[in-house]
Design a protein around this ligand. Structure first.
Ligand SMILES: Nc1ncnc2c1ncn2[C@@H]1O[C@H](COP(=O)(O)OP(=O)(O)OC[C@H]2O[C@@H]([n+]3cccc(C(=O)O)c3)[C@H](O)[C@@H]2O)[C@@H](O)[C@H]1O
Ligand SMILES: Nc1ncnc2c1ncn2[C@@H]1O[C@H](COP(=O)(O)OP(=O)(O)OP(=O)(O)O)[C@@H](O)[C@H]1O
Ligand SMILES: [Mg+2]
Length: 275
C-alpha cells in the first residue's frame, strides 16, 4: 500500500466510516441502529429532551427525523421524552422555505425560534476597532453565528432537561469543516461516521422531500458570499471526499488535499491540549 492509501485507511477507521452500507436492507438496519443509539443515550443520561437546530439542509433534516423517531419510540416504551427543533435564523434566512419543509417532514414535538441576529451583532460591536480586512471580519462573524446557535441550543437544553444533538458526519469531520465549539459542540452526534451520500440515502429512506435530499450543502455563514456551497469552500466535491472515505479511487492530488486538511484540523476533533 502507498503512504496515501495507508493514511486513507487510518482516517476512515478513526472517523468510523462504514463502506459496507450498500443495499437497502443494510441501510434500514443502520437507521435502526442510529435511532437506538439516540434512545439509549437519552435514557442512560436520565434527561428528558433532545434539542437540535434545523437549518433546511439535509444533515439537520436527517438528524432531526432520527431524533423525532427516537422520542416517539421512547414514549411508547414508557419513557417521557420530547424533541425540540430550533429555528436559528440570522435575521431572514434566504432558504427559509427549505427550513419549513424540513420541519413539515420531521414533525417535531416542539419548535422554538431564536433570531440570533441581535446577539451576533451585539458581540461584533466590541470588535469594531480590531484591524481586519472585510473578508476576515465576515469569516470571524460567521463563526460567531455558529457559536451563538450553540449557546441558544444549550440554553434551551438547560430549560427542558435536554441533550444537544449535533450533525457532524465523516465528510465534514475529515475536512474539519465546522466551527470549533460552535456547531461542533454537542452531547451526541448521531450521524457520526456517515459520508455525505449515506446521509442523503438515509434522508431519502426516511421519506424526506427530494429537494432537501439533493440540496446543495452550505454553511451559509458568510455575508460576503451568501449560500456559498461547501464544495466551493473545499475546492473539492463531496463525491471526491466520499470516494476517499469509502476507499474508492481518487486522484493523488485529491487525496493529498484531504489528508492535509485532516491533519491541519486535528485539534478540532480532540479535547483541548493539556500539559
Ligand atoms: N493547532 C491548533 N491547536 C489547537 N487549537 C488551534 C490550532 N489551530 C487553531 N486552533 C484554534 O482553532 C480556532 C480556529 O477554528 P474555528 O474557530 O472553528 O475556525 P476555522 O476552522 O478557521 O473556521 C471554521 C470553518 O468551518 C466552516 N463551518 C463552520 C460552521 C458550520 C459549517 C457548516 O458546514 O455548516 C462550516 C466555516 O465556514 C469555516 O470554513 C483558532 O482560532 C484557534 O483558537
Ligand atoms: N439557520 C439555522 N437554523 C437552525 N440551525 C442551524 C442553522 N444553520 C445551521 N444550523 C445548525 O448547524 C448545523 C451545521 O450546519 P450544516 O450546514 O453543516 O448542516 P445542514 O445545514 O443541516 O446540512 P448541509 O451541510 O447539507 O447544509 C446544522 O445541521 C444545524 O443543526
Ligand atoms: Mg447547511
Amino acid at each position: 500500500m502507498t503512504t496515501a492509501s495507508t493514511r486513507a485507511a487510518d482516517i476512515r477507521s478513526a472517523l468510523q466510516v462504514n463502506p459496507n452500507l450498500k443495499g437497502a436492507a443494510e441501510l434500514k438496519q443502520e437507521i435502526e441502529r442510529r435511532v437506538d443509539f439516540v434512545k439509549d443515550t437519552l435514557r442512560r443520561s436520565g434527561m428528558r429532551a433532545l434539542v437540535l437546530g434545523i437549518s433546511g439542509g439535509v444533515d439537520s433534516t436527517t438528524a432531526g427525523r432520527l431524533c423525532q423517531l427516537a422520542v416517539e419510540s421512547l414514549r411508547q416504551e414508557g419513557y417521557e421524552a420530547t424533541f425540540y427543533a430550533m429555528r436559528l435564523p440570522y435575521g431572514v434566512q434566504f432558504d427559509e422555505q427549505d427550513a419549513q419543509a424540513a420541519l413539515d417532514f420531521i414533525k417535531p414535538d416542539q419548535i422554538r425560534t431564536v433570531d440570533i441576529k441581535g446577539s451576533v451583532d451585539a458581540m461584533m460591536t466590541y470588535f469594531a476597532d480590531e484591524p481586519a480586512e472585510a473578508a476576515k471580519r465576515d469569516f470571524a462573524k460567521g463563526n460567531v453565528k455558529a457559536r451563538t446557535r450553540m449557546v441558544a441550543q444549550y440554553t434551551l437544553a438547560n430549560f427542558v432537561n435536554g441533550l444537544v444533538v449535533g450533525t457532524d458526519h465523516a465528510a465534514e469531520a475529515v475536512m474539519g469543516f465546522f466551527t470549533k465549539f460552535g456547531d461542533g459542540a454537542c452531547d451526541l452526534a448521531p450521524l457520526t461516521g456517515l459520508v455525505k451520500s449515506q446521509v442523503r440515502r438515509i434522508a431519502a429512506d426516511l421519506g424526506a422531500p427530494a429537494g432537501l435530499v439533493g440540496k446543495i450543502p452550505t454553511a451559509d455563514l458568510e455575508e460576503l458570499q451568501p449560500g456559498k456551497p461547501d464544495e466551493d469552500a473545499y475546492g473539492l466535491s463531496y463525491e471526491q471526499i466520499d470516494a476517499f472515505l469509502l476507499g474508492g479511487a481518487v486522484d493523488d492530488a485529491v487525496a493529498s488535499k484531504i489528508i492535509e486538511r485532516y491533519d491541519m484540523t486535528e485539534h478540532k476533533r480532540q479535547l483541548p491540549l493539556a500539559p
